[in-house]
Design a protein around this ligand. Structure first.
Ligand SMILES: Nc1nc2c(c(=O)[nH]1)N(C=O)[C@@H](CNc1ccc(C(=O)N[C@@H](CCC(=O)O)C(=O)O)cc1)CN2
Ligand SMILES: Nc1nc2c(ncn2[C@@H]2O[C@H](COP(=O)(O)OP(=O)(O)OP(=O)(O)O)[C@@H](O)[C@H]2O)c(=O)[nH]1
Ligand SMILES: [Mg+2]
Length: 437
């Protein structure tokens, strides 16, 4: 069936696109643009009049025809590139949908068809959605790498030898005479492939960091200068600052982009023993927040004891803590090896920023990351577990058992590349796309 949707956002813009894909795309497209020849040259931009049912002109725009399979979806595709009026585009879409051979496209359905027609593997189709959703430079670059097949190549480098191993073992099991020796060093091959799966799985954390951005909270005792430092890092006077201890109560957040990486910074209510009622609520909220961030920065006022530092560090729970000496412009030069920073003068702030990025990111360039999603990670984990069982089976059990586990690992990996997918899995994946993508 032919599908239709607006390919551009429903807002006024210079140009808006109505896209059709399917066997009737050209026919229906020509109903809207009757001036276009019956057999248009593929990929040629025709300047055409777009008309309503009575033949009255609605707009003058470009008409593009892609003949399947040389198109994004692999089917016949037609684009009407009109002036970017949302109301005009809805008129054109409605007109296309009046034809019984056309229905509205579901979210992600163009890309889904591209996948089903073998134009893209699943990792690349998902990279399309990542690219549309990317809101930092690192996220754009990582998604672009995925779109050009970076993750697909890594998955393939795992899937192919795994399939060969499986075939070797099945060969020995079915034709023990002909395939003799093909099952040599099965244990070693399984171990190597498992390590490869684990390495890919280990990228999931970095993938999450790039996709969602990092979350960093400033915390510490009241009056340490957290809000002043927060404002300095954000580059705006977002938080209230006062010499009265307990100024910040609700946590504040601000989003910045550092070296291309999106970072959500939180300023929190200062910690102290005997707060008022409202302030105590703020402190409870600080502890809750600290548990969920990627990095907690403990800002110390001058003259604290080691015991205090340890007690505050425990407030961060399991979250990594970076400890800094604040108000360094007035503090005596201490012997502590800690980073010194002043939100008031800006001293040490750039170094602090670099240190935070280093701890969050651990070097390398954020754009080089393979965007391993939670979905990929889940499948990789199952693949790796099956390989773990295959590994022990290779020592204590029969070849049949080893081969069975390797088969399970292959199935799990197939969910990443899309060689083994169910309708339900595809529904779940493409649901998060926007309509028209
Ligand atoms: N106007 C417009 N811009 C767009 C898209 C679109 O559909 N329309 N895209 C869509 O979201 C993206 C581009 N993606 C595309 C991918 C493949 C083909 C295509 O025609 N592929 C053929 C020919 C390849 C070639 O000439 O090298 C093929 O793969 O056979 C077109 C667009 C981004 N920009
Ligand atoms: N000399 C100096 N004073 C600072 C610095 N940072 C903050 N102050 C002062 O210290 C006081 C407290 O600053 P805030 O930034 O509100 O401190 P806070 O840690 O957010 O405090 P609470 O929200 O109450 O926990 C204010 O009077 C600031 O002007 C600094 O780097 N150097
Ligand atoms: Mg504050």
């Amino acid at each position: 069936m032919t599908i239709a949707a607006l390919a551009t956002a429903p807002a006024a813009g210079a140009v808006g696109i109505l896209r059709l894909s399917g066997p009737e795309a050209l026919d229906v497209g020509r109903l809207l643009a009757p001036g276009v020849p019956a057999q248009p040259t593929p990929r040629h931009a025709y300047l055409a009049s777009f008309v309503d049912a009575e033949g009255r002109s609605l707009d003058e725009g470009l008409f593009l025809y892609f003949r399947g399979p040389q198109s994004f979806t692999g089917e016949d595709v037609v684009e009407l590139q009109a002036h970017g009026s949302p109301r005009l585009l809805r008129l054109l879409l409605t007109r296309a949908l009046e034809d019984a051979r056309v229905r509205p496209a579901a979210p992600g359905e163009f890309t889904r068809r591209a996948f089903l027609n073998g134009r893209l593997d699943l990792t690349r189709a998902e990279a399309v959605a990542d690219l549309v959703a990317a809101d930092s430079e690192a996220a754009v670059r990582a998604a672009a790498a995925g779109l050009s097949g970076a993750l697909a190549a890594r998955v393939q480098a795992l899937e192919e030898p795994l399939r060969a191993l499986h075939a070797d073992m099945e060969g020995v099991l079915s034709f023990p005479d002909e395939a003799e020796g093909a099952d040599e060093d099965v244990g070693g091959r399984v171990t190597a492939l498992r390590a490869q799966a684990e390495a890919l799985l280990a990228e999931a954390g970095r993938g999450r960091l790039v996709r969602r951005g990092a979350r960093v909270a400033l915390f510490g005792p009241v009056n340490a200068g957290k809000s002043t430092l927060f404002n300095r890092l954000v580059g705006e006077a977002r938080a209230l600052v006062d010499d009265e201890p307990g100024t910040t109560r609700d946590a504040l957040e601000a989003r910045v982009e550092w070296d291309g990486l999106a970072v959500t910074l939180f300023d929190t209510a200062g910690l102290r023993e005997t707060p008022g009622r409202v302030e105590a609520l703020g402190i409870a909220r600080t502890r809750e927040l600290l548990a969920g961030v990627d990095l907690a920065v403990l800002v110390l006022p001058p003259g604290v004891t080691q015991a205090e530092v340890e007690a505050w560090t425990r407030d961060a729970g399991g979250t990594r803590v970076l400890v800094v000496d604040g108000k360094c412009d007035v503090a005596e030069v201490s012997s502590s090896p800690r980073q010194r920073v002043s939100g008031l003068t800006g001293e040490g702030v750039d170094a602090l920023r670099d240190d935070m990025l280093g701890r969050l990111w651990g070097g390398g360039t954020p754009s080089a990351v393979a965007l391993v999603s939670e979905r990929h990670a889940d499948a990789l984990r199952r693949a790796s577990e099956a390989l773990g069982r295959a590994e022990s089976a290779s020592r204590v059990s029969t070849l049949e058992v080893v081969s069975g586990e390797v088969g399970l690992a292959l199935e799990a990996l197939g969910e990443v590349s899309g060689t083994v997918v169910s309708e339900a899995l595809l529904d779940a994946i493409f649901q998060r796309f926007c309509i028209g993508k």
